[in-house]
Design a protein around this ligand. Sequence first.
Ligand code: DC
Length: 681
Amino acid sequence: MRNEPEGRGFLDLLPAQAAEGVIRLPGSKSISNRVMLLAALAEGRTVLHNVLSADDTMRMREALSVLGIEVQRVAEGVWTVTGCGGRVPVREGELFLGNAGTAFRPLTAVLALAEGNYRLRGVPRMHERPIGDLVEALRQWGAQITYLEQEGYPPLAIAPAERPLGEELQTRVRGSVSSQFVSALLIAAPLTGRRVVVEVEGALISQPYVAMTVALMEHFGVNVTVEEEGRRFVIPEGSRYRSPEVWYVEGDASAASYFWAMGAVGGGPVRVEGVGRASIQGDVAFAELLAAMGAAVEWEPQAVEVRALPAVEKAIREGKWPDGPRLHGLDCDATTIPDAAMTLAVLALFADRPMRLSGVGSWRVKETDRIAAMTQELSRVGAEVESGEDWLVVHPPRRWRPAVVRTYDDHRVAMAMALAAFGGVALRLLDPGCVAKTFPTYWEWWERLVRPMPVVTVDGLSASGKGTVAKEVAASLGWHYLDSGALYRAVAWQALARGIPLDDARALSTLAESLTVEFVDGRVHINGTEAEQAIRADAVGEAASQIAQWPEVRAALLWQQRAMARSPGLVADGRDMGSVVFPEACAKLFLTASVEVRARRRYKQLIENGMHANIAELQQTLTARDLRDQRRATAPLQPAADAKVLDTSDWTVEETVQQALDWVRDRCTGRARSNQKPNRV
Ligand code: DC
């Protein structure tokens, strides 16, 4: 389908007005995969609690099962792992590890010492992520590893190691590409039975992840001596992993960063439970950065609560859209927090000065080239972004733009970029399901915590007065107004002008996608030229009703309509505003009136505009058009289940507007607003 450019669907988000609530985090990915492997290598059984359920952790669990390790699910997030005491039971096997670096790297090291023959593969992107430094280091221990495709990259074949001589094993590894190489060597070291010394060459990025590995190994009975400021690690001879029996995985601090950020730009308070002051994850440092940027951050041992700068919080609490920047900008060397730095790059959109992020060279070899991805996607919403080999500078948008955002099969691009919705523009995120890599329930939490901008929909029969009422409601609330019929009329008018047959759905949808329709002082401009008078002709209305039957045309216009949603609010009039285009609208109206009344209203309107009209003919065309709009297969004209139906036959415009405003004020103000599911395909 045309509307799914990457073939994997999209998620439409309204501009986000506020964020508030409590979230209990899923377990940390990094800790889940480490402790599953440590428990597998240990003597004894371990019960693991709050293990993350996501693609990356599933890859690790599957791999352990293939290797003959008993891994059993006890309850949601609770698993028992029966350790093998350092001897991997299955000596031949093929592992598929998806795009999970936290599985691929340590399993490579462990299996290199397992005295068996194994093949390790992943998705195509995994085969583009370097592993040569780790393989080189393992070869110093006698490992027999061959590259099955490209030198230096997965997939790999592993054969039993040739044991090198000597009492002690030394290895040197570069730390500048991925800290997981160091972690992998440390985790595998006890399997040698000897004293092992691991030395880091050059810079070590993501140092907190190595500290996490060391801390977890200690809980599993292996003491690592850390020397030379974390550049030299010594594991004593005869070290063996022993089960701690029970282990509770703390919440994921990288995942927490999105919700802390929500609190910082969406008012808050957002309370994030599962990780806090006592965390062993480096990404908790992101909450400190937020405080430095002006957000109010409260720390507890196992939770952090974030709210916005006082002025921003106050504005949002009063239901206003905060003007100007929401955070103080800063420059940041993100070497130690590469994952949370993705969130920081998006928060830079809200800063009071350009922000420079350095030390993010590792982004180039993550799930996608994240420097290229963020440069591209941040600029779509209006930022100016400069970038180099290992840095980027984000200049906040002078004018925010609604945007279709690509996600590159990268969970963090998707989760972080969604925060741009707080800039007051609509977003369409392609392939939103990619968040399943580490956070399958992310969008559900988004819906729970984020209050979208208010949208009021006014649908109804032709000439029921919806246009007049919608305009008046918009004016009295100071919100934007969308006349969706004008978009259908614009396409129809252009189709007539270009001789495109009204039943050629493909050509019509291509036309619909190519047109730029803008409303300037309430008048329609098509591709930059005013066309208000032209599209209002009755023949154009008739043609619009005909082309509106085609699902392709409706799909092509869906995003154009969604993109009109801008802070502080929108009133949209049409036929399917409440049922299809803005299902999450806070108030939905559906106007009807008898056909006689509607024909008289339309007659008056046409005569006033100096056009010819006949009441009997108008009754006929209105009846025919209603029938066509009601009977079409796609988005037929009918009230949404939660719409308020108003019969305006006996009311003046003022009376109808008053009724409408009462309903809107009742439904769209205050924080207890209902907020329904956004568009998702
Ligand atoms: O509201 P209007 O008369 O300007 O609309 C012209 C035609 O466009 C109408 O007959 C049906 C179609 N339309 C639609 O199908 N869905 C909308 N949201 C708006 C208009």
